[in-house]
Design a protein around this ligand. Structure first.
Ligand code: ADP
Ligand code: MG
Length: 459
């Protein structure tokens, strides 16, 4: 059997064991680059890093088993990316050295410097340098600059508000990063979402560990609380927040908050907290204009070494007006189509992509759809996602499932926990936060989530 026939047979066997969409996505374009290696290494070629990484982690056993069955000379399997740039070189190399091609491929580890700092909870991805300033956010940006120059005394608290996806999290985290850098270790910074704060307080009350929580939040020089609008409505947490706020404020410690609306419009917020918030600086971030949207897209493209057809960015900037996250989402998908699928993206295709990105929620995707799509994607059963198993092969899919239930369906954490094997809501929060963090740092995971969302769309 020659390489081609051998590989066809292997694929035929594997096709029967994994789902159809997975087979088409990951293995259809695979090839057996070399099997005559004297060490018995069969070299499998995949069209890109995503496929390579995925096939290696999920299908390695299947491939190795099947190859060995069919060809006793094969001892192990290695993987390589084959694309138009390296295909020829690779062939020559294989021909020349039948003694084992040492084709080195750049591993796609998440960049070290992009890890969230466990002490401060800040994500270094959010930098002031990458924050594009325009008329919609220049006041907020200036206020942040003033706070960086004069921590704790000038605008305290600083309260930024604005709609979803307009850059609040980016700006307040960037403030934290800049302050850390400017004052080095002398300034203790802590970033949390208000949900995390609530969670900590509830946990502390339950476990009689209030002192831990008090020192966590009060022994800092800068406390950044994201999405403060969720703080209202629970007496115990609001009270704790009130005391924390006062303690910090009295000692000239800086507080920065973000919210989706001004303090006066948070219905559940206690009067005494509202007046505290209003005692500082309140600034809104509004919708970016066309020029700014285009500038954001250009900046993102510059970071990524991609070449897009003329007019594509203008088209995206024109169509997506109210949400920078959507702007990025569409751009990511455009880049994904071009790089992963090798399609030339036209403005027509962009319109389709916009439809897909903006319609994810409105398509009435159900909990069942998410469970099934995630299970299929990872080749596990929906039941396994709910079971107690702590196996690595199950834990990641389960966390992705929780993440999508939040991200796509907007379900509450208790509800998500309940649907996935009656787990505690804290497990769901942890999963959501973990995956959100990783998505921004790990391009492989990001692409997987994009693919799953794509399948949900078409489910
Ligand atoms: P919010 O917290 O207001 O919902 P985010 O801060 O999460 O919004 O922003 C959504 C996405 O848009 C993030 O990836 C962020 O980096 C990006 N973004 C928002 N505003 C800007 C900006 N002015 N310049 C560059 N990127 C931005
Ligand atoms: Mg945010």
């Amino acid at each position: 059997m020659n390489s081609n026939e051998l590989w066809k047979t292997v694929l035929g066997e594997i096709e029967l064991q994994i789902s159809r969409p997975n087979f088409l996505t990951w293995l259809k374009q695979s090839q057996l680059v070399d099997k005559n290696d004297k060490n018995g290494v069969a070299l499998i070629g995949l069209p890109n890093h995503f496929a390579k990484d995925w096939v290696k982690t999920r299908y390695h056993k299947l491939i190795l088993g099947s190859l060995r069955n069919l060809d006793g000379a094969v001892k192990s399997v290695d993987y390589v990316v084959v694309n138009s740039q390296n295909a020829e070189a690779l062939k020559k190399r294989v021909r020349k050295s039948q003694g084992g091609p040492k084709v080195s491929v750049r591993p796609q580890e998440p960049l070290l410097e992009l890890r969230v700092d466990p002490k401060t909870n800040l994500n270094p991805r959010y930098a002031l340098d990458s924050f594009i300033v325009g008329s919609s956010n220049e006041l907020a940006y200036a206020a942040v600059q003033a706070v960086i120059d004069d921590v704790g005394t000038k605008y305290n608290p600083l309260f930024l508000y604005g709609g979803v996806g307009l850059g609040k999290t980016h700006l307040i985290q960037a403030a934290g990063n800049a302050i850390q850098k400017k004052y080095s270790k002398k300034v203790r910074v802590l970033y949390v979402t208000s949900e995390k704060f609530i969670n900590d307080v509830v946990w502390a009350l339950r476990n009689r560990r209030m002192d831990d929580v008090k020192s966590k939040y009060r022994d800092v020089d800068l406390l950044i609380i994201d999405d403060i609008q969720f703080i209202g409505g629970k007496a115990a947490t609001e009270q704790e927040f009130f005391y924390t706020f006062n303690t910090l404020h009295e000692h000239n410690k800086q507080i920065i908050m973000s919210s989706d609306r001004p303090p006066a419009a948070i219905p559940t917020l206690e009067e005494r907290l509202r007046s505290r918030f209003e005692g500082g600086m309140i600034i809104d971030i509004s919708y970016p204009d066309y020029e700014m949207r285009l500038a954001i897209l250009r900046a993102k493209v510059d970071q990524q070494e991609v070449v897009l057809e003329d007019g594509i960015l203008e088209h995206v900037a024109l169509k997506i007006q109210n949400n920078i996250r959507e702007l990025e989402g569409v751009l990511n998908k455009v880049i994904f189509y071009q790089q992963y699928k090798g399609e030339k993206v036209t403005t027509r295709k962009v319109d389709e992509i916009i439809q897909e990105v903006t319609n994810v929620v409105s398509k009435n995707i159900t909990v069942q759809d998410v469970l099934k799509t995630v299970a299929d994607f990872f080749d596990v059963s929906p039941q396994e996602l709910s079971d107690r198993s702590r196996k690595k092969e199950i834990v990641e899919p389960r966390q992705v499932c929780m993440y999508l239930m939040r991200d796509v369906l907007n379900l509450s954490y208790p509800h998500i926990g309940e649907r996935l094997g009656k787990r505690d809501h804290t497990t769901a929060i942890h999963a959501y936060e973990k995956i959100s963090r990783e998505v921004s740092q790990n391009p492989q995971l990001n692409q997987r989530i994009t693919l799953i969302k794509d399948r949900l769309q078409k489910a």
